[in-house]
Design a protein around this ligand. Sequence first.
Ligand code: CP
Length: 313
Amino acid sequence: MSLNHKDLLGLQFLDKKELQIILDSVQPFKTLFTRSVKKAPTLLGKTVVTLFYEPSTRTRTSFEIAAKRLSADIVNITVQASSVVKGESLIDTGKTLEAMNADYIIIRHSMAGAPDILARNLDASVINAGDGFHEHPTQGLLDLYTMYEKKKSFEGLKVLLVGDILHSRVAKSNIWALNKMGAKVAVAGPPTLIPPRIEELGVKVFYNLDEAIKEADVINILRIQLERQKENLFPSVHEYVELYQLTKDRLAKAKKEVLIMHPGPMNRGIEISSAVADSPNAVINEQVTNGIAVRMAVLYLLKPKVKKNVSSN
Ligand code: CP
């Protein structure tokens, strides 16, 4: 199995068959985690660079572990300590890394479309690790894989995304991919945090969380991104908590087997209570573990262009 893609820029750009190829490729990498030597020689001699213009714990660490388990060399660039602060452009930074034989560049940027600019200008495979409000495709894939592992099929699966849909690149990647896989996607949150005309993507909209959770098979809670809000989009955090925090009382109204997911980092006590985050329904830590295997599958499946100055022998 392989993907006919150099880059992974968003789940919007993959069809159902390609999404299924990725999901089907994850399990062998996950099996590797149970062995004493958790390594495969798949990317021996290849170089992976992470270029994060925004903070990260999960995604960056997960890509680093994934690359190491595939035997690649990995370099992490701390943008604040790089020549970016001297005014170097994104394309020049990318070309500099490529001149050092980077085969894969994993980029997180506050500007939607930044990974696309890099991908058009480089032979290296570019993987979007989150761009502005646009997409976070590997988070979307690990969310889908965790749902697939637990629920076995997407057909008719009711997935509810709760909270700050407007600023969430995770929500966008979930919506694009889940719709293609046959799931039924709904969102719930304050009207100011739901993008206008989102129904046109085939998404059901709820403003009342208590109503929304009754039908859900999966509830994916999103972080309230106060740092991205240019204006106050709800009256107070206290009011948000009253209306939209997933609490034990609210969870009691959901299906018994409902999966509780969160991409992290969690604001405990704001969008999710600690009792729910630590409940048997929560698979939040399993999402993190699956993230490594999913990113191994993505690195394995993408095809960087063969560089003109490198012999194929
Ligand atoms: N889910 C996610 O993207 O987490 P990080 O910001 O820690 O990478």
